[in-house]
Design a binder for this molecule. Structure first.
Ligand code: NAD
Length: 335
């Protein structure tokens, strides 16, 4: 039998405004540090599961879900969800992919400037009492070549900003049209050409079987020793050990990483000591504006699912669907 008040299980930390909104029409169960075993237990009677990047929605979790209608990623990327298993079971998989694209793009360009001008290193040394002007010689972005891997929502935005700053932009993305690239005034090239020619290389692909370790030892060897690499996409796309070796042997000018294969990562002291490495705790899309847009977008879609309507932000539609479980006469029905 369908429940009067749907149960929404939230297993990662999400925007407080979103929780307040969901409370109006759902029974909220909040378990931000839930273990995998516990998740399998508690998902059994959940109608909607809200996650971010930490929760792993594996095939076993989906198998245990007795009446789950939607898995909602409060953000972008669904690499932690077994998409095929969910769709097979008729469960919607939703996210808010557009909501944080501007934030990540701005942040990426910020990292490029921070690398080019050594801002974090100089800031830290001044706070320790040093005046290292002689170590502060930087480079301009104007006139340099930016190689964008993945010309989607974020990659396109980075391209627009880089063009406005006078950079030449190359992109590698086998799935975008020449028309889109030419509208962005970006030259589409193969990966090898991009790696060989770019002064800055920025990754904006999803994490898939195809992009897992897309940047490994061989690809790093192709880069100019003066090149900077920026990864604000997903950790597994870069082979972190190969990257560390390249940095220690001076094969790359610098790196900025916002994402890691395991988060939080256990980074070696050798890497932490390098002054040309910038590390941030997966905050590319973490701005007030993006979090507000994500909350509004997924709250609306959760309401739609509860009303039995098709949500607007499906990653892909399942072939079979659940029916509505909002009783029109229920005091908790959603308007
Ligand atoms: P998107 O789906 O809009 O764009 C991805 C692009 O990558 C597409 O154009 C696609 O054609 C291309 N692509 C796919 N496979 C490829 C391959 N093998 N080689 C080259 N190109 C390929 O995605 P988006 O919204 O722009 O997000 C990009 C990345 O940023 C994702 O990994 C996402 O998870 C990540 N992200 C990070 C943060 C953060 O806080 N750091 C926030 C949001 C998104």
């Amino acid at each position: 039998m369908l429940p009067k008040v749907p149960k929404v299980l939230v297993t990662d930390s999400v925007d407080l405004g979103l929780l307040k909104e969901l409370k109006k029409y759902a029974l909220l169960e909040i378990a931000p540090n839930i273990s995998q075993e516990d998740l399998i237990e508690r998902v059994r009677d959940a109608d909607i599961l809200v996650i971010r990047g930490r929760t792993q929605v594996t095939g076993d979790v989906i198998k245990a879900a007795g009446r789950l209608k939607a898995i909602v990623r409060a953000g972008t990327g669904i690499d932690n969800v077994d998409l095929e298993a969910a769709l097979e079971k008729g469960i919607y998989v939703l996210n808010a992919a557009e909501a944080s694209a501007d934030s990540v793009a701005e942040f990426t360009v910020g990292l490029m400037i921070a690398l080019a001008r050594r801002i974090p290193f100089l800031n830290e040394s001044m706070k320790k009492g040093s005046w290292l002007k002689d170590k502060g010689l930087g480079i301009e972005l104007r006139g340099k070549t930016l190689g964008i891997v993945g010309l989607g929502r974020i990659g396109s935005r980075v391209a627009r900003i880089a063009k406005a700053m006078g950079m030449k932009v190359l992109a590698y993305d086998p799935y975008v049209s020449r028309k889109k690239a030419s509208e962005l005034e970006v030259e589409l090239v193969d990966l090898e050409t991009l790696l060989r020619s770019s002064d800055f290389i920025s990754l904006h692909v999803p994490l898939t079987k195809e992009t897992w370790r897309l940047i490994g030892e061989r690809e790093i060897q192709l880069m100019k020793p003066s090149a900077f690499l920026i990864n604000t996409a997903r950790g597994g796309i870069v082979d972190e050990e190969a990257l560390e070796r390249a940095l220690k042997s001076g094969k790359l000018a610098g790196v900025a990483l916002d994402v890691f294969q395991v988060e939080p990562p256990s980074l070696s002291k050798g890497l932490l000591d390098l002054d040309n490495v910038i590390l941030t705790p997966h905050i590319g899309g973490f701005t007030r504006e993006a979090q507000g847009r994500i909350a509004a977008c997924i709250a609306e879609d959760i309401k739609r699912v509860i009303r039995g309507e098709e949500p607007l932000n499906c990653v892909r539609l399942p072939t079979k669907r659940w029916g509505s479980f909002a009783k029109k006469s229920s005091p908790n029905s959603v308007s």
